[in-house]
Design a protein around this ligand. Structure first.
Ligand SMILES: [Zn+2]
Ligand SMILES: [Zn+2]
Length: 130
């Protein structure tokens, strides 16, 4: 009698334990990766896009494109220091140490505003944390 009562309870518990709801839209999540993150793939992409749009604000389209190319070409390599990346120069003949706020490339040292290497770091950081 007791065993019969326990068994269905266990089944219900294991089912609810394997599904979750997206924290943004409330849709049922099925993939374990989505459940771990708390968002469905679509919402996660939206959140990431919003985070990147926020980061790119204040930069020119050219800077944003250069930053995107740098990331796409794997020209931004994490160093052992958190938040510090080694960035390959646009000509590929030099590398710089870039951080979200500073960079030791000629443009970064010359201007008060962040260069596109720093922007690339911000985009990477936004993608990781989103
Ligand atoms: Zn969602
Ligand atoms: Zn730079």
């Amino acid at each position: 009698m007791t065993a019969k009562l326990i068994w269905p309870t266990v089944v219900v518990m294991s089912t609810t334990g394997n599904t979750s709801h997206c924290l943004r839209c409330g849709r049922t999540l099925r993939s374990s990766a989505s459940i771990t993150r708390g968002y469905g793939a679509w919402c996660r992409a939206k959140i990431r896009a919003a985070a990147i749009a926020e980061v790119v604000k204040g930069f020119t389209i050219q800077q944003a494109e250069k930053a995107r190319d740098l990331i796409a070409d794997a020209g931004l390599v994490p160093t052992s220091r958190p938040g510090v990346f080694r960035a390959v120069s646009s000509k590929g003949d030099a590398t710089y140490l870039a951080h979200s706020a500073t960079c030791n490339c000629p443009a970064g040292l010359r201007s008060r505003t962040a260069c596109y290497h720093s922007l690339a770091v911000r985009i990477v950081m936004a993608s990781v944390t989103a």
